[in-house]
Design a binder for this molecule. Sequence first.
Ligand SMILES: Cc1ncc(COP(=O)(O)O)c(C=O)c1O
Length: 382
Amino acid sequence: MSTQSYEDARDKVQQFTGASLDNYVVFTKNTTEAINHAAQLWSKIPGKVLVSDIEHSSNLLPWLAGNDVIQYRTNSDGTLNIEDVEEMFKTHGDIKLLAITGSSNVTGYKTPIHDLAELAHRYGAMILVDACQLIQHQKVDVLPQDTPRHLDFVAFSGHKMYAPFGGGVLIGPKDFFDQATPYQIGGGNLTYISRDLQLKRFPTVQAHDPGTPNAVGAISIAKAAEVLESIGYDRIHEYESDLVRTAYRGLKDTDGVEVYVSESELGSVIPFDIAGMDSRLTAEILRDDYGIGVRAGSFCTYELMRKLKNISDEQDLNISEEIDRGITRNIPGVVRASFGLVNNREDVTRLISAVNEISQNGIEHYSQMYKQNDTTGTWTKR
Ligand SMILES: Cc1ncc(COP(=O)(O)O)c(C=O)c1O
């Protein structure tokens, strides 16, 4: 019964993402594990992996461990030009894979994944899309494998699409997986081991799914997919973009607020800062005084943060040296407000008025109430 539900969950994810039957849907713990899985398989194949410099560490570090990685430098606002990406393919003749986020977790900027897929295919490479920040807002359409704009690999996490923590997905071509040595092996990987230790591997997705599966994670992802479908991505887009646009305009109009994304590139998150205020303090005050949850920090995207905060090479060096001495206070960061189906107009109004009030009060006011730890940079009430 639970095996059937688990396999049904695989089918549901396949249909939800438009992945044709020549793809496998592999359940993982999260996006990080999905990309580590893919990176391990790709490490056996010659050639380079092209990543952008706006990637979350989960779509960078797994590639650095075992693959030859080159980095594409985005524009100063973290957007990309497809012609510049093409230059990378021309300059490096041996790119095997383009690993790219579908939407930046800091600016919300959505990369043109299908155009990039078409480009990668033209140069004999494949594409992997980190859809962790996309799947909850927009249909991620894998498209049939025999079409030039199809996505070869897609990774995402259940918890970002309103399923519980603990489940994730890696989708990839069946042929690729069938030829690869599985990332992990153990019980459930194969049909038989002979006395002389000959392995008879499953010619199916099961070869890549050893051990007792995270059936709850998989089934809840399938359920979340059903719910997103029943609401409809068009309605989700309409609802969320109204919230984000209103918040964006409100923040832009607030004195002393700097917003690090342009309106034309708006996704579902808004990175911002209040002049003179450390991002961690702003987040602390929004939580303590207004009951508003935002996040502050570098969001595992250090190069993008250096771009947004104009961090020079010298500052970068100083920050690194400080970290060696145990000081993490000056790692650059911003405040990020995220919007999704769980938010409403009232949340937006409250955020704007709170940010306005904090900006008017200013750092002088708050430094009487909060003190900053010299080493870690965190703020606590005096
Ligand atoms: C763009 C992006 N990729 C990857 C990840 C890693 O996701 P997880 O922690 O679920 O593995 C995140 C997490 O927030 C993310 O925003």
